[in-house]
Each structure stands twice: as structure tokens, then as C-alpha cells.
Design a protein around this ligand. Structure first.
Ligand code: MG
Length: 431
């Protein structure tokens, strides 16, 4: 008999908040929440368990959180660090299973189907997965939860039930585990499906299991059949890695401050487009359509799109069209720019060979990309850049390096600036 599928789902607990604690151990045991937005004081994007006890929730305004939990520590997000910690976490996880499928920065599935005879001989599956969690906590400093079950649907439900901690739903006990759980806990279930099920009197998986399977098939097609089998504990699905071609590539950037200088905004736009085009070519794709949306500081927007005769892969062509779009939609604008969105879609395959001596443009550009990529890998990010990227960097440096201070600032004024009017460190500073 084929062994039953054993799939582990793992999920970092309050991931961003946990990362902040991993980065600064002094925060341990305190209520911690992370604020989004450009100054890190917009809305709460993560809160640890202690902060949640005070009522702090994801999506609420940071000032609200401050009212609910005055002793809470508000952290600005450090996305690069979160990505690094996420990678560390997955590097440990991948040592445990032949197939791993990360689904987000802190979530993923591991296939343990063939493990039981070998690995679990001297331990139980539950102790084994707890051990993995313990190792991640020790080595990366991040707490995580997990669920082990016969399909990815079940494993994810098990994780949600386990949080914080680990649960195994042993083979044969699926139906019992699911019986009283509401179907809405199923990840990705659409509201309209949930309502249609409720109209049939099915709120829990147990209710679904009792419906005629034909009815489920008529109402919901293949998904209905699958849900019915699942609710009856008879859905056994291996973990499948699918590679899907991308259908769109886009970027959405809120500038660090509202930019009144449209040439600077254009420089940023072109530099960002260059990055996207490079990414496309790296994935052997080219784009037939592009669009640009500019949002101003009062949240009004202008934008436009362009469709090329043929799919394009060259910076020069794409940037020229984008510049035209930019000038078109900004011709009557006067408000500072807050946010810039670029999207490229209607993608087609691009086959390039890494050699400079080919005849077609595609082949030459492919060679250039390959070479640029190699140089940037060897000498650090952006050792080779396009004009727009260089211009952006200069602009950036100008902002980073503050203008020279007037050397004649009276001593007293300088002391006041540094430490407040009394000449002692004021309470706001971080001494
Ligand atoms: Mg999570």
C-alpha cells in the first residue's frame, strides 16, 4: 500500500514582530508591534502575542495601538532583515525534507511522506517536528508553529489550530479533527462560497461531510468534490511543486518623502523600470504592455498605459515609452509625488544566448544581461548600472549626505539643538 501523505505546514508566529525581537533581545517579554507606512507610524503590520493581549491588532493605526498599550514598543519595519531571517529559517527547514514549498516570507510546506519508516523510528512525528521548531528558535531566534497532516489543506488548518505550537493529525483521524471546525477556516475560501455553503446548512466540515457528494459536485464543481472528500477525511494529496510563468511584473514604491521635483520622480521611475526590465530578461521574458500610475500627496492619481507593436525587452525602448507616458500624464500636474507604480504585462518568452557575437538584438541583449549579472554578482549589487540608475544614486547620495552646516552656528545654539535648552540631554534623545 502507498504510504499516506504526510505534509508539514510551518508558519512563523507574528513574524515581523518576532524578527524585531530576534534582532534586539532586549525586547523579549515586552509588547512589541511593527508599524508600516513611510515613517513606520502608519498602521500596525504585526504585533507579538503580548501586544495582542492589550488589544493591538494588525491593521489598526499606530496611535490607537499606543493608546491601548502605552508600554508597547513600536518598531519601524526592517524588511531586509526580515528577508535575511526568513532565508535562515528556510535554510534550516530544507534540511529536513526532500520537497519544500515556501509560500510566503514565513510560511511553507514540507513533504514528509517518505519519512516515517526511516526518520520516525525512534521518535514520534510530533516530537520530531517540535524539535525542528526548537532548532529554528535556537539558531535563528524565531518562534514558529506547525501542523502535520495528509494534505496541504489539512496541514494549514492544523497549524492554525496549534498556534502557538505544533499539532499532528494522525492518519485516520482527519474526519474527527475537522468535524466541528468552521469551513471558513479553510485558507482561500471565498466569501461567496462560504455563503453558498451556509445556505445549504453547512457551517462546519462535519456539515459538509453529511451533504450528498453529487450536490457538492453540482454546486461547486471539482472544488466541491474535493471539499466533500476532504471533509470526510478522504482527501489525500501529495505536495506538488508547480512552476508557473509569471503573467505580470510590477513595482509600487512610496517615495521616502513627497517629491515636488518631477525630474527626480522621472529619474526614479526610469531607474525602477530598468530594474524590472532586468528582472524580466533574467526570467527570459519580455513585455508587450506597460503602465504607469502616479499618486500625489493628496492621494489623487494620474496614469496611462502603452501597448507595443511587439513584446519588448530593451531598456532604451521601454524607458522611452515610459518617459513619454510620464510627461503626458504629468503635463498638467502641480502636486508633489507620493507614490509611483509601474506594471509590465502581456509577457512573452524571450530566448537569449549568452554570447556577444550573435546576430539578433535579443541575443546581444541577452549577452549583456548575463555579463552585467555576473559583474554585479562578483563585485556587489549595482557595480554596473544604466544612466538612470546612476542619476538616481547621485540624487540619493545628495539626500543622504546632509548639506554642510554653517560653521558659524553659535555654540549655545548648537548645544540647544543637541541637548535641549538646558544644555542637558533632553528626554527625547536616545542617550
Ligand atoms: Mg505567520
Amino acid at each position: 500500500m502507498k504510504p499516506a501523505n504526510r505534509i508539514l505546514h510551518v508558519d512563523g508566529d507574528s513574524f515581523f514582530a518576532s524578527c524585531e525581537i530576534a534582532l534586539d533581545r532586549k525586547l523579549e517579554g515586552r509588547p512589541v508591534y511593527v508599524g508600516g507606512g513611510r515613517n513606520g507610524n502608519g498602521i500596525v503590520i504585526a504585533a507579538n502575542r503580548i501586544a495582542k493581549k492589550f488589544g493591538v491588532k494588525t491593521g489598526m493605526a499606530c496611535f490607537e495601538a499606543k493608546n491601548l498599550c502605552p508600554k508597547g514598543v513600536l518598531c519601524k519595519p526592517h524588511y531586509d532583515e526580515y528577508r535575511r531571517l526568513s532565508l535562515d529559517m528556510f535554510r534550516i527547514l530544507e534540511q529536513y525534507a526532500p520537497v519544500m514549498l515556501p509560500t510566503s516570507i514565513d510560511e511553507g510546506f514540507l513533504d514528509f511522506t517518505t519519512m516515517d519508516q526511516h526518520v520516525w523510528r525512534n521518535t514520534t512525528p510530533l516530537d520530531y517536528i517540535k524539535g525542528i521548531g526548537e532548532r529554528v528558535r535556537k539558531e535563528v531566534g524565531l518562534p514558529m508553529s506547525g501542523g502535520l497532516g495528509s494534505s496541504s489543506w489539512l496541514a494549514k488548518l492544523a497549524t492554525d489550530a496549534a498556534k502557538p505550537g505544533f499539532i499532528e493529525v494522525p492518519a485516520g483521524q482527519e474526519e474527527e479533527f475537522l468535524r466541528d471546525r468552521p469551513v471558513r477556516e479553510l485558507s482561500g475560501i471565498a466569501k461567496n462560497r462560504e455563503r453558498s455553503l451556509a445556505a445549504l446548512g453547512a457551517k462546519t466540515f462535519g456539515d459538509v461531510a453529511k451533504l450528498p457528494s453529487m450536490l457538492m459536485k453540482q454546486k461547486f464543481g471539482i472544488w466541491g468534490q474535493q471539499l466533500w472528500l476532504f471533509s470526510n477525511g478522504r482527501w489525500n494529496q501529495p505536495l506538488v511543486l508547480e512552476v508557473k510563468d509569471r503573467t505580470t511584473i510590477s513595482s509600487n514604491t512610496t517615495l521616502p518623502y513627497d517629491e515636488p521635483d518631477y525630474e527626480a520622480a522621472l529619474t526614479f521611475t526610469l531607474s525602477e523600470a530598468t530594474r524590472l526590465t532586468g528582472q524580466l530578461r533574467h526570467e527570459h521574458l519580455q513585455a508587450r504592455e506597460i503602465s504607469l500610475t502616479i499618486r500625489f500627496n493628496d492621494f489623487t492619481e494620474v496614469g496611462g498605459s502603452h501597448r507595443f507593436q511587439h513584446a519588448q525587452f530593451q531598456n532604451s525602448v521601454i524607458n522611452r515609452a515610459l518617459e513619454e507616458l510620464f510627461r503626458d500624464c504629468m503635463s498638467a500636474a502641480y502636486k508633489p509625488v507620493r507614490q509611483i507604480r509601474i506594471a509590465m504585462w502581456n509577457l512573452a518568452r524571450l530566448d537569449t544566448q549568452p554570447t556577444l557575437w550573435q546576430r539578433t538584438e535579443e541575443e546581444r541583449w541577452g549577452a549583456l544581461d548575463e555579463a552585467t549579472h555576473k559583474l554585479n554578482t562578483a563585485f556587489g549589487k549595482l557595480s554596473v548600472m544604466t544612466g538612470a540608475q546612476l542619476a538616481l544614486q547621485k540624487l540619493d547620495d545628495a539626500h543622504k549626505t546632509p548639506k554642510a552646516k554653517c560653521p558659524f552656528v553659535p555654540q549655545r545654539e548648537m548645544m540647544e539643538k543637541l541637548w535641549g535648552p538646558t544644555g542637558t540631554p533632553n528626554s527625547d534623545s536616545a542617550f
